[in-house]
Design a protein around this ligand. Structure first.
Ligand code: COA
Length: 386
């Protein structure tokens, strides 16, 4: 087939049994389990292991995985020292991309990928996955302190993944209710078929690049505002709007000027994103838990959803996962430019599952193109070009 399809819309890039989307019905499943069930009954740790291994783990397997993750949370002090050399204005996703690449120098072991059978060495793939998943939150939280001129807070082994992240960010004993909300957010962001960053991960993985480089490719791709960077843009937009009564005029003006509404639209869904539905419910629960003592952004978001949906639903454009996540993270005390990093720390579970799947049946990605340039041009010497 030589027809070029912009954005590869509708073109299968791989075969996968990790997750599935029915975009017309608004259904998302991981390994066949609907996202709503996982959000209600599972934990991020269990979902991450299920994504990697393909089935819900036994009690013993989950315990072992959880312990393994907890033991791998610490990072070498030289990585912390490297972080101190970065400009405090650096975007957290740039820091994360750089520091994940650095992990590959401090915790090597990828050379074996060129050995026969290494691609299917499940222990190697599993150990690398744990090292990366466990350390990402540590680096994100450490950066928050380092960039503000403070010493970072060491991870603890007596807390869950979400609880420990909140602990490292604030240095305060995590609120269990809020940690569970974050845990569900991580579940919702853990995987989403062949999106742009997962595709980048597949391409990098197919060259047998080190897993740290593979995940750095995913982070770089996720950072864009059309992808995981949108959650930061949503909160910026809601803050600009300021109050619910200003939503109508703001949205009308944006659309009249052909600007996108952040947190709206999706290549795969022509309905409201099922994750946005759950995130909105979580936000309502958080408002109730805090006895209504929350900032104004949720009310503004509800107003934006109403007016933007009235105008865009005809095109199948509804809120996506990034629409409510930032509002929730802000209420948890997370800085807006860290929202994409929180997305990355969840999505790395899905990226690693796809890396494993790619390695199990690897062939390097090498698509073709439709050449639109000239051929056989005459080379004019420099002095004769005028
Ligand atoms: N606000 C306003 N209009 C939007 C829109 C949005 N958020 N998203 C898509 N559209 C419109 C486009 O202007 C275009 O209209 P047209 O056909 O009249 O020109 C049409 O819908 C198709 O949009 P397009 O950008 O080609 O769709 P896509 O599938 O290539 O892109 C996204 C999907 C997600 C990149 C796109 O919806 C977007 O930019 N959304 C905002 C960023 C965002 O929230 N990203 C996070 C995704 S999880």
């Amino acid at each position: 087939m030589n027809e070029y399809v912009p954005g590869l819309e509708g073109i299968p890039a791989t075969k996968s049994n990790i997750s599935s989307i029915d975009g017309g019905k608004g259904i998302l499943s991981y390994r066949g389990y609907p996202i709503e069930v996982l959000a209600e009954r599972s934990t991020f740790e269990e979902v991450a292991l299920m994504l990697l291994d393909g089935q819900l783990p036994t009690v013993a397997a989950l315990k072992e995985f959880d312990q393994h993750m907890r033991k791998n949370r610490r990072i070498k002090f030289r990585i912390r020292e490297l972080m101190r050399q970065l400009p405090p204005t650096a975007h957290p996703m740039d820091m994360l991309q750089a520091m994940v690449s650095c992990l590959g120098m401090f915790y090597p072991g990828s050379d074996c990928l060129t050995e026969v059978g290494a691609c299917t060495d499940l222990n190697y793939v599993h150990n690398m996955s744990v090292k990366i998943m466990a350390r990402l939150p540590t680096m994100i939280a450490m950066w928050e302190h380092i960039r503000n001129g403070y010493d970072p807070i060491e991870p603890r082994t007596d807390l869950s993944h979400a609880e420990n992240f909140l602990w490292m960010l604030s240095g305060e004993e995590p609120d269990r209710y809020i940690a569970r909300i974050l845990d569900i957010c991580l579940i919702l962001h853990a995987e989403h078929t062949i999106n742009a960053s997962t595709f980048a991960v597949l391409v990098a993985g197919s060259t047998l690049a080190s897993p740290y480089g593979v995940i750095a490719s995913g982070i770089a791709t996720l950072a864009g505002p059309l992808h995981g960077g949108a959650n930061q843009q949503v909160v910026k937009m809601l803050e600009e709007i300021g109050s619910p009564d200003k939503a109508e005029a703001y949205i009308a003006n944006q659309l009249a000027n052909k600007r996108k509404i952040w947190g709206f639209g999706h290549r795969e869904y022509s309905t409201k994103d099922p994750r946005a539905i759950i995130l909105e419910i979580l936000m309502r629960k958080l408002v109730e838990y805090k006895s209504g003592n929350v900032g104004p952004l949720f009310e503004v978001a509800l107003a934006v959803e109403k007016v933007a949906t009235e105008r865009l639903a005809g095109k199948g454009i509804y809120p996506n996962v990034d629409f409510y996540s930032g509002v929730l993270y802000k209420e948890m005390g997370i800085a807006p430019d860290q929202f994409p990093s929180v997305f990355a720390m969840a999505r790395c579970a899905g990226w690693l599952a796809h890396w494993k799947e790619q390695l199990s049946n690897n062939r390097i990605f090498r698509p073709t193109q439709v050449y639109t340039g000239e051929l056989n041009r005459e080379y004019i010497p420099l002095e004769k070009r005028g």
